[in-house]
Write a protein that binds this ligand. Structure first.
Ligand code: GLY
Ligand code: MN
Length: 461
């Protein structure tokens, strides 16, 4: 965790941004996997980590925006806990680490909230995503579980998005560590990508690298020769020469800052001319995206520019046709790239997605585009120094989607459907880097994972 002053300063800013009322921030609790004592790995809530830094189960905090009072609620361990878990630091010590002087037992939270409600104070809370916290808020606030999201505080959401979007130097340093672990994961995967190897053994190896890096994977590993399925978690196949292997994986380090990278490599280590042709287009789109990423530009415009690189590359090899700008304006490129160019990255791999993508990736100036493909863009708004985002263009040949568009003549003016027949077993290619928006431009965080065909063939050689 960072030093005490970091958390004090973050909470001070938050209090200044909220006009009135009580801010209620529950941390996460353990979640049972198959019985109560056999839990999933504990993952603290990211906004709780941002303001309180305490990576422990069953804590909750209340901040009074008027008096400035902050209370940390939790329970000290008893002898039975000590026997099974070892000695734990006390609630008071935890609170001191983050500059909070007032603590109370977990059950005291209810009394504090009830008192605030009875005196007419507004309670600001975030939309909960865990069942346990939905039930907690339901009990504390008397709001039915299905209505909690609707009653969550837009003022609090917007304030937290504003604070967490611009990364402090110390946060970037943590993301850099996560990127270094991600680098190792991807190079290990490349080296293992030989014919006869089971996909799951590569997935397991790189998950182990993430764990050994001090944390865990930042999301379940996506790894498959069927890379045309965007989030393919089926690792059951054995690698075959002539196929591509897409690996989308990242780490989160002990502080929970994340990385998120994708590389696509030829099984056996040598691209066929056909694979390389498509690969070079995706790489050009990735490089163009990075070149255009700078403060003041919108990521929507960067997304569309990368889409133009894809459309013009596919036109050059005869898979698309017509005017490139018109094709992109009509969403024709989305047959091949039915997703957005990237998303924010930080304490969450899709940073702050729990708070609502519309508030994280869009604002009054830039609104989401309601068109297949671009509608999936999670980050469209104007870029600012300190933003950390992913740059992840791709080209996929999704047989069911191609069949549908062909049958329904969707964007038929821009697509040579007949030429696509020989690509139906191609798979997909995505190339993803993590980038920091600087004062004048942007930089790839950490060493760039081998990405040119030459670099990849050299690593796999
Ligand atoms: N890495 C998975 C995603 O960005 O959706
Ligand atoms: Mn990503």
């Amino acid at each position: 965790m960072f030093n005490r002053e970091t958390y004090i300063a973050r909470r001070k800013k938050l209090k200044e941004m909220i006009s009135d009322g009580i801010i209620l921030l529950p941390g996460n609790v353990d979640s049972p996997m198959n019985y109560a004592d056999n839990t999933y790995y504990f993952r603290q809530d990211s906004s709780f980590l941002y303001f309180f830094g305490l990576d422990f189960q069953k804590l909750a905090a209340v901040i009074d925006t008027q008096s400035g009072e902050e209370i940390l609620f939790g329970d000290d361990v008893d002898m039975e806990d000590i026997i099974w878990m070892g000695p734990q630091i006390s609630l008071k010590e935890k609170a001191e680490k983050v500059g909070i002087s007032k603590t109370g037992p977990y059950k005291g939270l209810k009394e504090t909230i009830e008192k605030a409600i009875s005196t007419g104070r507004k309670i600001h809370f975030l939309p909960p995503y865990r069942a346990e916290n939905k039930l907690l808020l339901n009990e504390l606030l008397g709001i039915s579980v299905s209505k909690l999201k609707a009653y969550s505080s837009l003022e609090l959401i917007k304030a937290i998005v504003a604070l967490r979007s611009v990364k402090e130097d110390q946060e970037v340093a943590e993301i850099r560590k996560a990127c270094a672990v991600g680098y190792q994961m991807h190079v290990a995967a490349m080296k293992m990508a030989q014919a006869g190897v089971w996909e799951q053994s590569i997935a397991g190896t790189i998950e182990g690298i993430a764990n050994a890096g001090g944390g865990m994977v930042s999301f379940p590993v996506i790894l498959s020769q069927n890379g045309e399925t965007l989030h393919n978690h089926d690792h059951s196949k054995t690698l075959q020469n002539g196929r591509l292997l897409l690996v989308d994986a990242g780490a989160e380090v002990g502080s929970h800052y994340a990385s998120d990278f994708t590389r696509t490599v030829p099984v056996g280590g040598k691209f066929s001319p056909k694979q390389r042709e498509i690969y070079e287009i995706v790489l050009a789109a990735n490089n163009r995206g990075r070149e255009l990423t700078k403060p003041g530009s919108t990521y929507l415009s960067v997304h569309l520019a990368a889409a133009e690189v894809i459309a013009s590359g596919l036109k050059a090899i005869g898979l698309m046709k017509g005017d490139v700008k018109e094709a992109v304006a009509n969403g024709a490129h989305a047959l091949f790239m039915p997703h957005g160019l990237g998303h924010m990255l930080g304490l969450d791999v899709h940073d702050m997605e729990d708070l609502g993508q519309i508030y994280v990736g869009y604002d009054d100036e830039i609104r989401p585009v309601n068109q297949f493909g671009t509608a999936y863009l999670r980050m469209g708004r104007k870029l600012r120094p300190g933003f950390v985002i992913t740059n992840e263009p791709g080209i996929y040949f999704i047989p069911a989607l191609i069949e549908k568009w062909k049958a329904e003549k969707i964007n038929a003016d821009f697509i040579n459907f007949d030429r696509l027949e020989s690509y139906l077993d191609f798979g997909g290619i995505r190339l993803e880097d993590d980038i920091l928006v600087t004062e004048t431009a942007c930089e790839i965080i950490g060493d760039r994972i081998p990405v040119t065909p030459e670099e990849i063939e050299a690593v796999m050689g």
